[in-house]
Design a protein around this ligand. Structure first.
Ligand code: ADP
Ligand code: MG
Length: 394
């Protein structure tokens, strides 16, 4: 049971509701290329309109940096939502002001309205109180279903909650439940898998899982930094020089903790990184000159799969290699199919990793896929996310 109120705790019938969604979807021209984020919010939207709420949606899209950008207008998103719901979604070119007020006034129970890209307003990312008040003005209450932006204190995630009652949407609620389950009541053995590019992005999560987990499996560019810290030379591999000392400290922390820290003992190395380029399977100490590690090797993958097989719960952030360039997606694929074959409860987060798992068509094998990147990491770090903190307590 989460501490925050959700739409299940309010009576939305006949109310004018502002809902913050994360519809920051990839576009191709004036079409939505991947609508998974829109689909993720459908349960909340459908629930609200079915009980007669008058629903106004607000989201950001891309990085317009406080000015109107024609190619980042919300129209393609409104069209796609309308197709998915088989229902009209009225899109207006405003975020605040009398035009919004008039449209909201004219809505009937079950109607849908979509505001313009909220980041066209320079006040949004500054969490400007005057702008937040104007944004909240036409509405009776606020629903936040945008977990992916919950780690940002912006006007449309935090500012508005000063003016109207604020509750979680169903997606937000599920994210909080699933992500807290891994850290508050983990099933053991708990295995954390951490990959992706940088130790610096994820150091706090690494630390946290060294405290919490029974196993920590490291891959990706991040593993290179750990291997350098463990004393290996890695040729021209990517690694973070300024994080080597931190990695040494993390290896030390692992020694003193209950957590078993596993690093790759073989790697896929290339001289030149491009699709299908010749590669070798090398031990960490064998990579020299222009060669660089771009994925975990087959032995490592199989060792990691054995640990996964014996786990009750697996949490995973960040790919094991440069998955964008096949065949260097193999390590990520092997680990993903290891999870698919295991009976472990699995929770996965991180923009790139989620994209990789979708590419590999293994999404339905994962128990829960978080919609957050940075937000998921901060949640697992144990930070209080401002977008969640601002919601009403039960
Ligand atoms: P996520 O978004 O899942 O949290 P990150 O953003 O931390 O993941 O990292 C993803 C990036 O890491 C990918 O672009 C991938 O190519 C890169 N990467 C993975 N392994 C390596 C490696 N060995 N060397 C260089 N880059 C890597
Ligand atoms: Mg990323």
């Amino acid at each position: 049971m989460i501490k925050k109120k959700s739409i299940e705790d309010i009576d939305p019938c006949g109310k004018s509701i502002l809902i913050r969604v994360d519809f920051n979807v990839p576009l191709e021209g004036n079409k939505v290329r991947d609508d998974s984020r829109i689909k993720a919010a459908l349960p909340t939207i459908e629930r609200l309109i079915n009980v007669g709420a008058r629903l106004t949606l607000v989201s950001h899209l891309g990085r317009p940096k406080g000015t109107s950008v024609e190619s980042l207008k919300m129209d393609p998103v409104a069209n796609r939502l309308s197709e998915l719901l088989e229902k009209q979604v009225l899109k207006i070119d405003h975020i605040t002001g009398p035009e919004v007020g008039e449209k909201v006034q004219a809505m009937k129970d079950g109607d849908l309205l979509m505001l313009e890209n909220v980041r066209f307003a320079p006040e949004e990312e500054k969490n400007d109180p005057g702008f937040a008040r104007e944004l909240a003005r036409p509405f009776d209450c606020f629903v936040n279903d945008a977990f992916g932006t919950a780690h940002r204190a912006h006007a449309s995630t935090v500012g508005v909650t000063a003016y109207i009652p604020a509750v979680a949407g169903l997606l937000m609620k599920r994210e909080i439940e699933e992500l807290s389950r891994c850290i508050d009541e983990p099933q053991r053995p708990l295995t954390a898998i951490l990959g992706g590019a940088k130790v610096s992005d994820k150091i706090n999560v690494i630390r946290r899982f060294l405290e919490l987990a029974d196993n920590l499996l490291v891959g990706g560019g991040m593993a290179n930094t750990f291997l350098v810290a463990a004393g290996y030379e890695l040729g021209s591999s990517f690694f973070e020089k300024e994080q080597v000392d931190s990695a040494v400290a993390l290896i030390e922390q692992a020694r003193e903790s209950r957590c078993r820290l596993l690093l790759p003992d073989d790697l896929v190395a290339v001289e030149e990184l491009k699709t299908g380029s010749p590669h070798r399977i090398l031990k960490p100490g064998e990579i020299t000159g222009d060669w660089k590690a771009v994925d975990i090797g087959p032995e490592t993958a199989s060792r990691y799969r054995t640990v996964i097989r014996d786990s009750a719960m697996v949490v995973w952030n960040g790919p094991m290699g440069v998955f964008e360039i096949p065949p260097f997606d193999r390590g990520t694929g092997d680990v993903a199919s290891g999870i698919a074959e295991s009976s472990a409860y699995s929770v996965v987060g991180g923009g790139d990793l989620v994209a990789a798992i979708e590419m590999l068509k293994l999404s339905d094998k994962i128990s829960f896929i978080s919609t957050g990147g940075g937000a998921t990491l901060e949640f697992w770090e144990g930070k209080e996310l401002p977008g969640i903190a601002a919601l009403q307590d039960r």
